[in-house]
Design a protein around this ligand. Structure first.
Ligand code: PEP
Ligand code: MG
Length: 555
């Protein structure tokens, strides 16, 4: 603060907020409460929710950061700091990791076949992709640092080098990434491990006391579920079931299902998927200990799942008893010009009802068996994605109900279950009153809702959005921070319309905006029951939800 004393009177000339790390902010807030200077409500409001990232992910050593040479920047897709040696394929990343190296995986873009390499990496850098692209969503789920959509990179994955900021990096060279700022640095910068002290728990306990909106998580595996529960998740708001098949022994099976020509072949492939799906659901229900889980039915945009790699095509051909040429021809047949608006979501279940049947069997058998084994009451929540029309939802719902009732009869169970939908297509928001006649709950898929409302591709918008910020047309990435004026209007309208039809309608959000503090405040004001976000963003959402409740009390 700057002050002056003039003729015995004290004048404050200016004050500024003291810059402090998240650790320091928490310590100061708790000390002030202990000294009786502020209330716990004030303490909760004095911590910037987003800054909790610093406690949950590694950061760069401040000295190293000062000396670091920035060679480029792109989207801060998943927070944390990472330094390591560059590798260009998932296999090489994994092999290097097994040799004890710290690895940065650099890819044009990632796909499910990269999952093991992503797991083995300290950080991920992609040339293409936005804040809700495969790399971004999966890395956030894992808690791995990711910088995506760096269009300035000139990459040659085959020759194993890339150019950026006037430098050329070959396999094995060191780079460093800051997934919280999107900056890319040359060389091996020192990082500091994340640590949460005791005061973090006190702040979070206060936050939980003040917030009214629930916080769930987006988790697709038993391990993510356990982690999210530790971070305070009150349930799963989105289990993306296609993500349950990313592991190398599973991905050929889902590909087999996608590439099947006949209903019989598809059913056979689905039967191979059923045991994996069911055992994961059981493990997740157990980890949740009675907390709710919303299972979102298959929604694989084909471009993410159809194999492109020669090796994968060969392996799949063997698995399917076809020649690689035949597999390639089938993939070409499935090619879509705009996969994000293509044969995905509930459209799959409309064309191939056997998919919804298999998934219903997996959910219901897992829930009934877990309830019997643990004695904990389970009420499955089944969510149908990408619905745009009430009759479309009814069509899939009828299949789900028929199979669920069959499983219940087989098992002699009277289990209650709910069927709801995602609101992620503008037409669903516009006709939400009709859709609520069939849906028992809504969950806003604001990733797709943003994509479809703006007409911006989730995977490509990174290429041109910078020009929009420079021209001051948009201030921030609408895939990271909800566009309250446009997309937000659809959220408000659909919530109101839905609740006119069904006053008790439970409404949540499971797009990436569920973990963004300013969007969380908007969802609170729109009257949503819960937000759902990736596990590591759960504490951020808990704090943001408390701040929203405190700041808007009585309004
Ligand atoms: C969404 O669209 O917001 C969503 C949560 O679904 P996905 O990201 O899987 O399309
Ligand atoms: Mg979606």
């Amino acid at each position: 603060m700057e002050f002056t004393i003039q003729e015995g009177r004290l004048f404050f000339l200016q004050t500024r907020n003291g810059k402090r790390t998240a650790h320091a902010a928490i310590q100061i807030a708790c000390d002030l409460v202990d000294e009786g200077k502020i209330t716990p409500e004030e303490a909760v409001c004095r911590i910037e929710a987003k800054s909790l990232d610093q406690l949950l992910h590694p950061t760069f050593d401040p000295e190293a950061l000062k000396a670091g040479e920035v060679i480029g920047s792109a989207l801060p897709a998943s927070p944390g700091a990472a330094a390591g040696q560059v590798y260009f394929t998932a296999e090489e990343a994994k092999a290097a990791h097994e040799k004890g190296q710290r690895v940065i995986l650099v890819r044009l873009e990632t796909s499910p076949e990269d999952i093991e390499g992503m797991h083995a990496s300290e950080g991920i850098l992609t040339v293409r992709g936005g804040m809700t692209s495969h790399a971004a969503v999966v890395a956030r789920g894992m808690g791995t640092c990711c910088v995506s959509g760096c269009g300035e990179i000139k990459i040659d994955e085959n020759a194993k080098y890339f150019e950026l900021g006037g430098h050329t990096f070959h396999e094995g060279d060191f780079i460093s990434l800051d997934g919280s700022t999107g900056k890319i640095y040359k060389g091996d910068m020192k990082t500091v491990e994340a640590s949460v002290g005791g005061n973090f728990g006190r702040i979070m306990a206060w936050a939980d006391q003040f917030r009214t909106m629930q916080v769930r998580t987006n988790a697709d595996t038993p391990a993510d579920t356990i982690n999210a529960v530790k971070l305070g998740a009150e349930g799963i708001g989105l289990c993306r079931t296609e993500h349950m098949f990313f592991e190398p022994d599973r991905i050929p099976k889902i590909r087999k299902m996608i590439l099947s020509d006949t209903a019989e072949a598809r059913e056979a492939a689905l039967m191979e998927l059923l045991p994996f799906q069911k055992s994961d659901f059981k493990a997740m229900y157990k980890a949740l200990e009675g907390r709710p889980m919303t299972v979102r039915y298959l929604d694989p945009p084909l471009h993410e799942f159809v194999p492109t790699d020669e090796e994968d095509i060969k392996a799949l051909a063997e698995e399917m008893g076809m020649t690689p040429g035949q597999v390639k021809a089938k993939c070409d047949e499935l090619h879509e010009f705009n996969p994000m608006m293509g044969h995905r979501g509930c459209r799959l279940a409309v064309t191939y009802p056997e998919i919804a049947k298999m998934q219903t069997r997996a959910v219901m058998e897992a829930a009934i068996e877990t309830q019997e084994e643990t004695g904990i009451k389970i009420v499955p929540e089944i969510m149908i994605p990408l619905v745009g029309e009430k009759k479309e939802l009814k069509f899939v719902k009828d299949i789900v109900v028929e199979t669920a009732e069959k499983v219940k009869a087989e098992k002699g169970s009277d289990m209650e279950y709910h069927i709801g939908t995602m609101i992620e297509i503008p037409r669903a928001a516009l006709t939400a009153d009709a859709i609520a006649e069939e849906a028992e709950f809504f969950s806003f898929g604001t990733n797709d809702l943003t994509q479809m409302t703006f007409g911006f591709s989730r995977d490509d918008a990174g290429k041109f959005l910078d020009s929009y910020y420079k021209a001051k047309i948009y201030e921030s990435d609408p895939f990271a921070r909800l566009d309250q004026t446009g997309v937000g209007q659809l959220v408000q309208m659909a919530t109101e319309k839905g609740r006119k039809t069904r006053p008790e309608l439970k409404v949540g959000v499971c797009g990436e905006h569920g973990g963004d503090p300013s969007s969380v405040e908007f969802f609170y004001k729109a009257g949503l029951n819960y937000v759902s976000c990736s596990p590591f963003r759960v504490p951020i959402a808990r704090l943001a939800a408390a701040q929203a409740a405190i700041n808007n009390a009585g309004k």
